[in-house]
Structures are given as structure tokens and as C-alpha cells.
Design a protein around this ligand. Sequence first.
Ligand SMILES: [Zn+2]
Length: 261
Amino acid sequence: MKLDLDINKAKNYTSNSQIARVLTENWVKVHSYCPNCRENNLEEFENNKPVADFYCKSCSEQFELKSKNAIKIGGKIVDGAYSTMIKRINSDENPNFFFLTYDKKKWRVANFLIIPKFYFTSEIIIKRKPLSDTAKRAGWIGCNIDISKVPKSGRIFLVKNSQIISKEKVYSQWKGTEFLRNKKGESKGWILDIMKCIDAIKKDTFTLNEMYLFEEQLKLKYPKNNFIKDKIRQQLQFLRDKGLIEFKNRGVYKKIDYENI
Ligand SMILES: [Zn+2]
């Protein structure tokens, strides 16, 4: 994998957004690989295919690409129509999401990450203000994707701060989250919420009592559940069984450090 964008590919374009699109799409096609099967076999869909931008010719996994001119990731990514996005995340058609940032001064990729489709919930899709009456598409409502609301386990970096992450680490992080693929509705919601609580504790190890501090917050989200503490314990055990956290000793857990891989 090389991080340079091939600027020759953009010589027939003048609009900045078109240039960015052509260069980043070309980079993904040439340099990226499918995290699901590790094959370097990504192909573009024909233009304007509504569902996704790329598919893997080996395993059929689909990906949508969003890119922006930035060295740092930041939290928000501008996406298309709000209603379309909400519909998509509730259907089986939702693709995985590639997010790329590039340094325009050097035409180099700075960050490239994957968010698996099963990490998408309506909470990370933020509605924007409707376009004003004077706009061409007055009343149209777009959305932002707030990746800071995605648990760390679901932000799988292939390139982070201009460093290439090894394919084996990418693959193991991807595989480590696959159990979520078949989870739906509230059961998926609980797992993601507990992951986010764990992320919010800014230490490598944490205790059950520290997790219980999220009881009220979780109760707001699940008002009908009268056994929040039991649920927290159950989810921690589940995440431990799936290898996303480690059990140190009684009531003490250790995080997997995604920042340093
Ligand atoms: Zn594949």
C-alpha cells in the first residue's frame, strides 16, 4: 500500500470535488483491500449506483467511500439525504463505510478507516437543517455521520495518522466484530451502548462498579428495563466471550487497545 494519490488521474477535471472523488476512488481501487477476505480485489460500481461505491470481487462485500480534505479525522462526515440514510441503515442493503482523509498539499492519504455496516444506528446519523427557501433544493434535509459516536471497536483503521496498519491487525479487528452482523434491534443496541460506556472510561482497566455508574444514563434509554445492572454484567460477559475485553480478576476488566494497534 502506498499513500500517494495519483494526480495524473485528475488531469481532465477542473472541479475540486470531482478531482477529489476521482483521486480517492482510484486510490481505494489500486491500494486498498477488502478487510473481510484480505483480497486486493475491489471494483467500482457503475456511476450513480445508489447503494454503494465499491464491491469486493472475491467475497461480494460492499463499501461506500466518503472522503475529505483533512489531516485529522474529526467527528463528522457530511453525507446525503437524511431519510435515505435512515432507510438504508434499517435495511440489509446498507454497505460498509470507507472513510478517507487526505492532505491536499501533498496529495497523500492521511487516514483511511472502515466502519462495518452493522455499527450503523440512527444515533450516529445527525439530521442537518433543511435547505433554505432560496436554495435550489429548498427543504431538502441532509445528514452528517458522527463517527465519534461509533464505538472504537468499530473504527477499523487501515491507515492512521499517515501510518499503514498491518493487514493482519485490520483483519483481526474486522473479524472480532463480526458477531454483531446478525444482531438486530435492541440486542445490538445494548452491545453498542455498553461498548460506548467502556470507551468513555479513559483507562485501560475498569471495574464493574465503574460500569454501574452508567446505570442512570442507560435507564433513560431503556426505561422499561428494571434490571440494568444485570444487563451490564451480562453484556460484559458477552463482550469478554467475544474477545473484545479481557477479564482480569473479580470485577476487573481490561480493554483491548485499539489506539495503539
Ligand atoms: Zn472480500
